[in-house]
Design a protein around this ligand. Structure first.
Ligand SMILES: [Zn+2]
Length: 189
């Protein structure tokens, strides 16, 4: 019964594909990228913990890989590799990677604004539909309508905007295409 205690998982190490195709500029950007803030890293861990696809004993591996990938400038290849490594289907792997990638990027953008002293922003609906994944996706349409209605609403950069009973930021929920317009005191407020 103690057999499992000693069964070590093989060490899984991400090997990036040949980088020859990357331009010198892309390589320089990847090296210079500022590390993601603690708040965003916590959010990545929270999202991974909430995924039914990721078994409990793989949460640390997946969280660490997602974080490492984001720190590398948002390496989706690494994200997909890690998710496939624990046996998730290829289709779902892309969905999860895109979800975490988009969400972390949006939240990090908000964090940078906040650190720079920005207090408020206006919600900006992209014009494209948020959340609608297939024709006649009623649930998606209903959620999109709420984001459309949020267009132009001013929100506190620390709190976010209350939509459908939840405080959120543009682009943070999976499938949300919204962005924000930064409000600068004395310029466009
Ligand atoms: Zn949206």
């Amino acid at each position: 019964m103690f057999g499992n205690w000693f069964k070590k998982k093989p060490k899984r190490v991400y090997v990036p594909p040949a980088k020859a195709h990357l331009s010198a500029q892309a390589k320089a950007t990847a090296i210079k990228a500022k590390p993601y803030s603690e708040k965003v890293l916590r959010e990545i861990r929270r999202q991974v913990a909430g995924l039914i696809d990721v078994p409990k004993d793989e949460q640390t591996f997946i969280s660490d890989e997602m974080i490492a990938a984001m720190q590398e400038g948002g390496n989706m290849h690494r994200m997909c590799w890690a998710l496939e490594e624990i046996g998730i289907s290829r289709e779902r792997v892309v969905e999860i990677a895109q979800g975490i990638h988009g969400s972390a990027k949006s939240l990090e953008n908000i964090e940078r604004q906040r650190e720079a002293g920005v207090l408020e922003a206006d919600w900006a609906h992209s014009g494209g539909k948020c959340f609608v994944r297939f024709p006649d996706d009623k649930e998606g349409e209903a959620k999109n309508a709420l984001h459309q209605a949020a267009n132009g609403k001013r929100f506190n950069i620390t709190k976010g905007l209350l939509i459908d009973g939840r405080w959120t930021f543009p682009g943070v929920e999976w499938g949300c295409k919204c962005t924000s317009r930064t409000i600068l005191k004395g310029f466009n407020d």
